[in-house]
Design a protein around this ligand. Structure first.
Ligand SMILES: *[C@@H]1O[C@H](CO)[C@@H](O)[C@H](O)[C@H]1NC(C)=O
Ligand SMILES: *[C@@H]1O[C@H](CO)[C@@H](O)[C@H](O)[C@H]1NC(C)=O
Ligand SMILES: *[C@@H]1O[C@H](CO)[C@@H](O)[C@H](O)[C@H]1NC(C)=O
Ligand SMILES: *[C@@H]1O[C@H](CO)[C@@H](O)[C@H](O)[C@H]1NC(C)=O
Length: 454
């Protein structure tokens, strides 16, 4: 961005800007592998069919401190652990073998009531807890087995202990319920809220950490659009009829509540609702909330979006675009019609499945070619899974979502400088000389501010 560009206005700049495709591959795999205690144990697991590499596909990701967590849903059998991590400090390989989280035992299905069955999404909160949304449905692409209603598992990332397990009450799950997406409102560690999206029987379950209870919210906007079910990804065409999917929370507003941005998977629309509506159980479960849900806009043809995440610092909503092999962005301080692409690639960015920003300002995207895994097959000889990474600001460079110093920002900054100098002037105003001095100071400060802004 150059100075002229800023002075003229943000939209004009966005029009001529070209995304720089600043993401780079941090990790990549042909097939996923695990760190067993010994090579013998690994071979034994493969021989027994407990580990079938071709059936393991990464889906959700999260980064906390030096660990990168990955969910590996049990679409088919032979997934030895459905939640695992790699050590970011270990830079010896771009194709690291994963370690089970929190342990092999917790991931074992041999128990009558397994701790972890098949989680899709995870979120680490700012209080050092890992929230895991476990669908508890295994073998969807083979022989479906239900282990019970979906559950939230909350781990302490300081010692990996399981802090709490909340199984959704039967009344909050329906015939075709499938919980695959999660957002955590963690401004207050003692009064944290989890939002779990039901894509199969469209609905939203809200969980209060403090009150240890959950409730189910219904709304028409959670439903799939029957005219937006066509997907076409690198010559594989299919129809999906999935409801509420992508969830993202803004940072808390002055009243302490966030905005939840959301969309169904089979839809090109984006909606929002204030969490003050969702967090009040009485209100949220009543019919009175219909008009509290807002329509933001339509992304257009083929712009069905998957997972999404809002970077609180820049206010940018990142979302995956499976039909376009792209990562999209929207600067939430601008109108919904100002959208852009952060990254696109028809060969190496096929089915972006999850996106996050960690607390070191790094953007992460997991890409897994899921349409091939479900409808065709993955070739073990080629790179099938990639994790991309970039500094958020680099990723946004030259996109319409860039945290540009817009005209209102500039005016605000100038206002601050002027106010500071007026105070300075009144404080030192003992003679006529100081007025002139203050004016000079103002001009100097203005020039300094301008040069730092442009
Ligand atoms: C990872 O590296 C960081 C900084 O380089 C260090 O502070 C931390 O202790 C390391 N963690 C582990 C588990 O080695
Ligand atoms: C879905 O795609 C098919 C072609 O594959 C097309 O004939 C049909 O009109 C599309 N439906 C909608 C609702 O876009
Ligand atoms: C929750 O909503 C109900 C119904 O609108 C209202 O009467 C009540 O005061 C609200 N509770 C809180 C804690 O805001
Ligand atoms: C990716 O493929 C689509 C459809 O085949 C095409 O419209 C688009 O231009 C391609 N993008 C790139 C970056 O090649």
């Amino acid at each position: 961005m150059n100075a002229a560009c800023i002075a003229v206005g943000v939209l004009l700049c966005a029009g001529v800007a070209v995304a720089k495709d600043n993401l780079r591959v941090a990790y990549e795999w042909r097939e996923m592998d695990f760190q067993y205690d010994s090579p013998d144990q690994r071979w034994s697991a493969i021989e027994r069919g407990a580990f079938k590499p071709a059936n393991v596909i990464p889906f959700g990701l999260e980064v906390y401190r030096q660990r990168l967590f990955v969910t590996l849903p049990r679409w088919r059998n032979g997934v030895p652990a459905s939640l695992a991590y790699l050590d970011l400090n270990d830079t010896s390989s771009k194709m690291p073998a994963l370690r089970p989280f929190p342990s092999w035992v917790s991931n074992s299905l041999s128990d009558a009531d397994p701790e972890l069955v098949s989680p899709f999404r995870i979120k680490a909160d700012r209080c050092g807890r890992l929230w895991v949304l476990d669908s508890r449905i295994a073998g969807v692409l083979e022989q479906t087995k239900l282990y019970g209603p979906a559950q939230l598992l909350i781990y302490d990332l300081h010692n990996d202990d399981l802090l709490r397990r909340h199984i959704l009450p039967m009344s909050q799950t329906k015939q075709n319920s499938f919980f695959a997406n999660l957002a955590i409102e963690d401004a207050d560690c003692d009064n944290t809220y989890a939002y779990a999206a039901d894509l199969g029987s469209p609905g939203l379950v809200v969980y209060s950490w403090r009150d240890q209870e959950s409730w189910r919210v219904q709304h028409h906007f959670f439903h799939p659009d029957p005219l937006a079910g066509n997907f076409s990804i690198n010559d594989i065409e299919f129809q999906w009829d999935d409801g509420l999917y992508g969830l993202a929370l803004s940072k808390p507003q002055s009243d302490g509540y966030s905005t939840l941005y959301f969309h169904p998977l089979s839809s090109t629309m984006e909606f929002s609702v204030k969490t003050s509506v969702l967090r009040n159980k009485t209100l949220a479960t009543s019919g009175a909330i219909y008009r509290d849900f807002k329509i933001l806009g339509n992304r257009g043809v083929d712009a069905q979006a998957g997972a999404q995440f809002l970077d609180a610092e820049t206010g940018v909503l990142f979302y995956t675009l499976p039909n376009q092999n792209s990562l999209g962005c929207w600067q939430t301080s601008k109108g919904y019609n100002v959208q852009d692409r952060v990254y696109s690639n028809n060969n190496s960015f096929v089915f972006p499945s999850d996106v996050k920003v960690d607390d070191e300002r790094r953007l992460w995207v997991l890409v897994n070619q899921m349409q091939n895994f479900i409808y065709d097959e993955l070739y073990p000889g080629s790179i099938n899974f990639r994790i991309y990474m970039a500094n958020v600001n680099d990723a946004l460079e030259h996109t319409a979502c860039e945290a540009t110093k817009s005209l209102p920002d500039l005016v605000g900054k100038l206002g601050e400088v002027l106010r500071t100098n007026i105070k300075l002037k009144t404080a030192t105003d003992e003679g006529s000389k100081s007025a002139a001095a203050a004016l000079t100071l103002s001009l100097g400060a203005l020039l300094l501010t301008l040069s730092s802004l442009l």
